[in-house]
Design a protein around this ligand. Structure first.
Ligand code: IMP
Length: 212
């Protein structure tokens, strides 16, 4: 992380006081979930795509580094506070992979994404390993145009199942069964997924910190 990204020494969280927030993502699944979580708490919520912005290259090796890259880029380009989610799936039997590279595992040579292919890669990598433990991570960063930012992280623990089940949600949802349930996230309506999801947990922390 560069010095420019260093959290200011002032430890008091900065409150979000405006009406407008830009969500720094092109991922429709994340955008839908974040819009539902915010409900009517924000007057105007737009996405980076609404401003014609491309996604910056995610050159970080941690969730917070990548979330910062996205949030600070969009805040600087739009002049408005921006919220980014960097997330991924960490699988015990794969030594924590795909982790921050969860989206890359779905990337095809033509640049499009195929999550069935990514889930098959997970399945092949796990083989018959009895350790099915996994967790999703969501790191949310809220960045202001002056460079200040606030960051939070949420985890959802569970296990990997095969074959994939359910056509709701996005990404790796069809192979992830959250703790305490027998259904995959792919078999749950978003309101149910939000009861336990990494993004909902991170969102609650962000609300407590910056949306008092
Ligand atoms: P990134 O944050 O843009 O690097 O992408 C994170 C990737 O992690 C997504 O493209 C999904 O593949 C995966 N991911 C993150 N959150 C979820 C989730 O809630 N369900 C399923 N897959 C997810």
């Amino acid at each position: 992380m560069t010095q420019d990204n260093a959290q200011p020494k002032d430890k008091t969280p900065r409150a979000f006081t405006g009406d407008e927030l830009v969500v720094a993502t092109h991922n429709k699944g994340k955008l839908k979930e974040l819009r539902e979580l915010f409900g009517d708490k924000i007057k105007t919520m737009q996405s980076a795509a609404d401003f014609g912005l491309e996604s910056p290259e995610e050159t970080g090796t941690t969730f917070i580094e990548n979330a910062l890259i996205k949030a600070q880029y969009v805040a600087k380009e739009t002049g408005k506070p921006a919220l980014a989610d960097d997330s991924g799936l960490c699988i015990s039997a794969l030594g924590g992979d795909p982790g921050v590279y969860a989206a890359d595992w779905a990337e095809k040579p033509d640049g499009t994404r195929d999550f069935y292919m990514a889930m098959e890669k997970v399945h092949a990598g796990m083989g018959d390993n009895p350790d099915k433990k996994a967790y999703f991570v969501s790191c949310l960063v809220l960045a202001w145009p002056d460079g200040h930012y606030e960051a939070v992280e949420g985890h959802a623990h569970g296990s990997i199942t095969w074959p994939p089940r359910g056509d709701q949600g996005f990404g790796y949802d069809p192979i992830f069964v959250p703790e305490g349930d027998t259904r995959t996230y792919g078999e749950m309506a978003s309101a149910e997924k939000e009861k336990t999801s990494h993004r909902a947990i991170a969102f609650e922390k962000m609300m407590a910190k910056c949306f008092p």
